[in-house]
Design a protein around this ligand. Structure first.
Ligand SMILES: O=c1ccn([C@H]2C[C@H](O)[C@@H](COP(=O)(O)OP(=O)(O)OP(=O)(O)O)O2)c(=O)[nH]1
Length: 423
């Protein structure tokens, strides 16, 4: 009982989602309603999927277009509906057994992914020998809601061995399960009948296989032809479009190329102008560089000359100072000379005033003085008569030494006693 509940809850969980599944497992009232397949019509030819019996596994799907399926061929029939399964489920299109049995119409492909929102199309395969016409509103297949499991995909280096191993594809024999299931041999007759039946079935299967192979070849050839025709029908307008696009693109390219050529010509002209300007600039730059060199040289010379001039000015200043000193000195000398000149002038005046007789007196005085000088002798020792010592010329002082004579009155007046300047 409990395991049934768990299984049930898991099934439900996969359909309603984990949270709702847990709610229901706990016996709580379902929050959401029954799991739902949502569908929507894509045109007015769409018909809702239906179930004739309430417990039927699938919902019948209806054709939304007319189409003829050739014998041994297949066609895709649109239903003009889109569908969405409940969470954790997907939808699968399966054959209707009636069509399969009576018309040999099977369904191929058939998996509708939960996130697919396109027009649900049914791929019908006509296994019969005559074409089959599908009309709008025909029930052509059934839609079944199935759970999806998304288990982890884990890679192993090698899977564990089993008793079957690699045996398959009829390895147990075709229709030979009697070897295992057959009861212990009953009567011989019964065995023979069974063997005959098996042999007949084997032969029929072989025949069917051959037919199937032939049918498959025909079907493949047919399909190839149809595919090629479809491809051609698809390719021709595409080629035309391509050709048109190519021509438009070529024309566009030519126009752009013309514009580009004009642009290039303009750019070339501008480039020439710019190159001419660059050349002029280079010439001007060279001239400026030469000027700069000249200015630098001139500056160097000026600096030298400035140095020289400064040293010259310094020397000049020193010389000027010397000259100033000399000038001051000469000024003093000149003052002196002026004094001397005044004195001389006075002397000259005095001399002019001196009378000739005074000169005669002076001459006499000088002469008398000379006689006195000549008459001076070195004193002798009274006993030996030798000279007492070297003779020294007496220092004559004016006017004491000349008191006994009559000295000329050279300096008369106030100025005679003025002290003489000494330099
Ligand atoms: O009979 C079918 C099969 C598929 N589909 C839609 C629904 C599905 O979700 C989608 C893709 O189908 P599938 O995954 O089986 O085809 P595929 O060849 O793997 O295509 P894709 O690469 O788009 O997944 O085509 C139908 O309408 N009808």
């Amino acid at each position: 009982m409990s395991s049934k509940c768990v299984l049930g809850s898991r099934v439900e969980e996969s359909l309603v989602g984990p949270r709702e599944g847990r709610r229901r497992a706990k016996g709580l009232k379902p929050k959401y309603g029954k799991p739902t397949i949502r569908w929507a019509p894509l045109s007015d030819r769409a018909i809702a999927p239906t179930r004739v019996y309430a417990k039927a596994a699938g919902y019948d799907l209806y054709a939304a277009c007319e189409q003829t399926i050739p014998a041994k061929g297949r066609s895709l029939i649109n239903t003009d509906i889109q569908v969405s399964p409940p969470p954790g489920a997907y939808l699968r299109i399966a054959s209707r057994s009636g069509l399969a049995l009576k018309q040999s119409i099977d369904v191929a492909a058939g998996v509708i992914d939960p996130d697919f929102r396109g027009n649900v199309a049914v791929l019908l395969v006509n296994q019969g020998d005559s074409e089959y016409k599908v009309q709008i509103g025909d029930r052509i297949a059934q839609l079944i809601c199935e759970r999806i499991w998304h288990p982890n995909l884990v890679q192993w280096t090698r899977l564990p061995d089993t008793s079957r191993g690699e045996q398959g594809f009829g390895s147990t024999g075709v229709g030979t399960i009697e070897s295992r299931s057959r009861p212990e041999l009953g009567s011989e007759l019964r065995g023979n009948i069974e063997a005959a039946k098996v042999a007949a079935l084997d032969a029929e299967i072989l025949k069917l296989r051959e037919e199937l192979t032939l049918a498959r070849k025909d079907w493949e050839a047919n399909l190839r032809t149809q595919t090629e025709a479809k491809f051609q029908a698809w390719k021709d307008p595409l080629d035309r479009d391509n050709q048109r696009s190519r021509e438009e693109i070529t024309a566009q390219c030519q126009r752009e190329s013309g514009k580009l050529t004009d642009l290039m010509a303009q750019i070339t002209d501008q480039l020439k102008v710019v190159q001419g300007q660059i050349r002029e600039n280079e010439v001007q730059q060279q001239a400026i560089q030469r000027s700069v060199v000249e200015i630098k040289n001139t500056c160097g010379e000026l600096t030298n000359q400035t140095g020289k001039a400064e040293s010259w000015v310094t020397k000049q200043r020193a010389q000027e100072e010397q000259l100033e000193q000399h000038a001051q000195h000469f000024e003093k000398v000149l003052d002196t000379f002026r004094g001397i000149e005044q004195d001389l002038e006075e002397v000259r005046v005095q001399i002019a005033q001196v009378k000739k007789e005074d000169l005669g007196d002076i001459t006499q005085v000088v002469a008398a003085l000379a006689q006195r000088v000549e008459g001076l002798e070195s004193p002798q020792d009274q006993d030996t008569g030798a000279l007492a010592g070297p003779y020294e010329t007496p220092l004559l002082r004016w006017p004491e030494d000349f008191e006994d004579s009559d000295p000329p009155p050279l300096n008369q007046g106030k100025k005679a006693n003025r002290p003489r300047k000494r330099y």
